[in-house]
Ligand binder design. Structure first.
Ligand SMILES: [Zn+2]
Ligand SMILES: [Zn+2]
Length: 300
């Protein structure tokens, strides 16, 4: 498969800390992801599925035979008025009761919302059934990318971008709001499960200026945030430098990952993103130190 880049192994000291599996909206199973990571020579990965730890649970069962270190991970969508806020949780205890309970509530809200989106599409005259979405989901959690997939199959739209821009994204006719945790609730849930909460891809917050983002980070830090995802395929050098600067200013660590979704996000490859990402293993060591101390974080 071309997305695996089998001909160009990376040096073993690189990692990818933001990966989606079929447990949420990625196209590869956790086992296939581990194999892809092994082939490109990644030393460690985190499967950070949306609002579910099942991808991490499955990956950890296969860690020993693969030689790739697996960090338990999750990505939680939280409510944020002016944009999209996702919080990554690393090194969480996967058997933590509070974490599991919180995710159950969020997953129920997700499932209800998918049914409502299909109803909206039907109201808009689209011939689509919920069972068709179930069929393409691969048995994992269902999300809007699966709905987009069916819309493409049915030639309602030509691409994922068109599905979201015309129908599924906020402000479009088939968009349905859903219950989300507050940022502080998600941060506390991750902390109580022994994990390290990190702000994912800060550009999706749509902060107008560095000062605006600085204020959001100050609030999140107050709530217990420990890190910022500075290294990400669509962060150019200037944005990356901005996020590193802000992380340093707030005493937060930095992390990085590709947000790999397999064929569900074409052009983004595991470990290297769009080709130029190289995320060093030392970030994993900093995450581990942070999880071990919990009350404080290393200054990057
Ligand atoms: Zn995200
Ligand atoms: Zn993601």
């Amino acid at each position: 498969m071309s997305i695996l880049h089998t001909n160009t192994p990376l040096k073993p000291a690189y990692v990818d800390l933001h990966i989606h599996s079929t447990a949420s909206d990625g196209s590869l199973s956790p086992v296939e992801i581990i194999e892809a990571a092994r082939k490109v020579g990644l030393r460690a990965i985190a499967i950070t599925d949306h609002d579910t730890i099942e991808g991490s649970v499955e990956a950890l069962q296969h860690q020993r035979s693969s030689g790739v270190e697996i960090l338990p991970g999750i990505e939680i969508s939280v409510s944020f008025d002016s944009g999209t806020m996702h919080l990554l949780g690393y090194l969480v205890r996967l058997d933590d009761d509070l974490l599991r309970q919180s995710l159950k509530v969020v997953q129920k809200a997700r499932a209800d919302r998918n049914v409502q989106i299909v109803e909206r599409l039907q109201d808009l005259g689209v011939d689509i059934k919920y069972d068709e979405i179930l069929e393409v989901s691969g048995g994992g959690q269902i999300g809007r990318p699966h709905i987009a997939h069916v819309l493409i199959q049915k030639r309602v739209v030509q691409s994922f971008d068109e599905a979201f821009n015309k129908l599924l994204k906020k402000g479009r006719p088939a968009y349905v709001e859903r219950y989300r945790l507050l940022p502080a609730e998600a941060i506390q849930t991750i902390l109580r499960a022994g994990g390290v909460p990190v702000l994912a891809h800060p550009f999706t917050l749509n902060a107008k200026t560095e000062g605006d983002l600085d204020r959001v980070l100050a609030d999140l830090k107050q709530a217990g945030l420990k890190g910022v995802e500075a290294y990400y395929p669509s962060h150019g050098p200037e944005l990356t430098a901005c996020y590193e600067r802000l992380a340093y200013h707030h005493g937060l660590l930095v992390t990085g990952g590709t947000d790999f979704h397999g064929t569900a996000k074409p052009g983004v490859h595991i470990g290297i993103g769009r080709g130029n990402l190289r995320i060093p293993y030392r970030l994993v060591e900093e995450l581990k130190r942070c999880a071990a101390t919990q009350s404080s974080c290393p200054i990057p």
